[in-house]
Write a protein that binds this ligand. Structure first.
Ligand code: GDP
Length: 437
């Protein structure tokens, strides 16, 4: 999906705008579980055109000592580099700030469709001067919007959508190949891993340069099975300084995940699993990718207590998705790198699981008999029927009398019972609860 990046200083209204443009309904946040609520990206659809909105405000700077404005500027630049359209949001009630100017200077060098959005002008007709002030940024006509009230957002979406690239998918050489994305923070060891995997393996089938953007997939064949390592362009050749910006791991990851079946999350074991790692893991889960966590640089950990500490960070960060397996590797020494393929295969198989109707019926009978009862006043949750509606990832629809009685914790409970019964190791599963009386 094309990416629309929303950049600008904190508090100018970026997230409000993202929610407004995506038409985010906060009532349906639970479609898949294991997802943090403070998502910094949203899928949007305008007149049938789909794209992803990314709010750069949700991304922390890599180093805390980063100069504030420099980091915003760098995020903005990285955003612009990766995005198809850039929305630069400024605060009309404050006027032009130094940071705005610094971001603007950067954005000017990137030749991407850009919209300069002046937010928080409650009465643009009477506040013309405030608007005109933003011409000084040299980014063309400033457009007044109200992220809060939604004024001007429909027209804006029309124009944004008209700037999106044509969605001609790259033809895939081997459509049956399993898509594998290598994702993770800068310096986690993605390139090293990629080189190790490719170097030790003579069976690269081909590199295909995508016709759109710089997506390069690498095809690998092993034991008669084909794999497509997704979007390895940024991994094999580090071309820009922006690689060092967290934003990159996010947006690059997002793009790769969209075209993958299995995500390999490379974590720097020297640091442990961080919040950013967790966010990237959630991206993969949310988008239905199977997930394997690779604890790289394991060679650096020589003491038992160090190793335990790292494992602790993993279980803490992955409490909502404990089904993801973690493999300790070293891209440097090659430790356990060979094992990765088995982990990929297992996760992919779990993701393709089809459970028979009779097994599902037996499960439901069991759940009704020995499961928790959910009651709310006089109402009691009854589960009538369950059916698998999709694979990759396995998706189940439960027909119940009162879907609103299904709480987050009950949903988790049902998922856990299903996992105990059917496995699904390494893959997210989706549960839907529909009304049927
Ligand atoms: P990327 O940004 O995720 O692609 O990370 P790189 O592959 O460029 O690796 C970042 C740094 O970590 C480099 O200096 C690598 O040599 C180093 N590195 C990568 N894997 C390992 C590993 O398994 N052990 C150790 N000790 N260092 C590693």
């Amino acid at each position: 999906k094309p990416i629309v990046a929303v950049v600008g200083r904190p508090n100018v209204g970026k997230s409000t705008l993202v929610n407004r443009l995506a038409g985010t309904q906060d009532a349906i946040v639970h479609e898949s579980r294991g997802v943090t609520r403070d998502r910094s990206y949203h899928d949007a659809d305008w007149n049938g055109r789909q794209f992803t909105l990314v709010d750069t405000g949700g991304i922390e700077p890599l180093k805390s000592e980063d100069v504030f404005s420099a980091s915003i500027r760098d995020q903005a630049l990285a955003a612009a580099e990766e995005a198809d359209v850039v929305l630069f949001v400024v605060d009309g009630s404050v006027g032009v700030t130094e940071e705005d100017e610094s971001v603007a200077r950067m954005l000017k060098r990137v030749k991407k469709p850009l919209f300069l959005l002046v937010n928080k002008l409650d009465n643009p007709d009477r506040e013309q001067e405030r608007l005109w002030e933003f011409y000084s940024l040299g980014l063309g006509d400033p457009r007044p919007i109200s992220a809060h009230h939604g004024h001007g957002t429909g027209d804006l979406l029309d124009e944004v959508v008209s700037c999106l690239p044509d969605e001609t998918e790259d033809a895939e050489l081997f459509p049956d190949a399993l898509g594998v994305a290598i994702i993770g923070r800068p310096n986690a060891g993605k390139s090293s891993l990629f080189n190790k995997v490719i170097g030790s393996d003579r069976s690269i089938v081909s590199d295909i340069a995508g016709t759109t953007r710089d997506a390069i997939d690498t095809y690998v064949e092993r034991d008669g099975r084909r794999y497509r390592l997704v979007d390895t362009a940024g991994i094999r050749k580090k071309s820009t300084v922006y690689e060092n910006i967290e934003y990159y791991s996010m947006v690059r990851g997002l793009r790769a995940i969209d075209r993958a079946d299995v995500a390999l999350l490379v974590v720097d074991a020297g640091i442990g699993m961080t919040e950013q790692d967790q966010k990237v893991a959630n991206l993969a889960i949310d988008r239905g990718c199977a997930l394997v966590i690779l604890l790289n640089k394991w060679d650096l950990l020589t003491e038992d207590h160090e190793r335990e500490k790292v494992m602790e960070t993993v279980s803490r960060r992955m409490t909502l998705a404990p089904w993801a397996k973690a493999l300790r590797i070293s891209a440097l020494t090659g430790r356990s790198v060979e094992k990765i393929w088995n982990y990929i295969d297992d996760a992919a198989a779990a993701r393709a699981t089809k459970v028979s109707t009779s097994a599902l019926n037996a499960f439901l009978t069991d759940l009704r008999e020995f499961g928790h009862t959910v009651v709310d006043g006089k109402r009691r949750l009854r589960m009538h029927y369950v059916t698998q509606t999709d694979v990759n990832p396995p998706t189940f629809t439960y027909f119940v009398n009162h879907p609103d009685l299904v709480s987050d914790s009950y949903r988790r409970y049902v998922e856990n019972r299903m996992r105990t019964k059917f496995g699904f190791e390494g893959t997210p599963i989706r549960l839907h609860f529909r009304a049927k009386s």
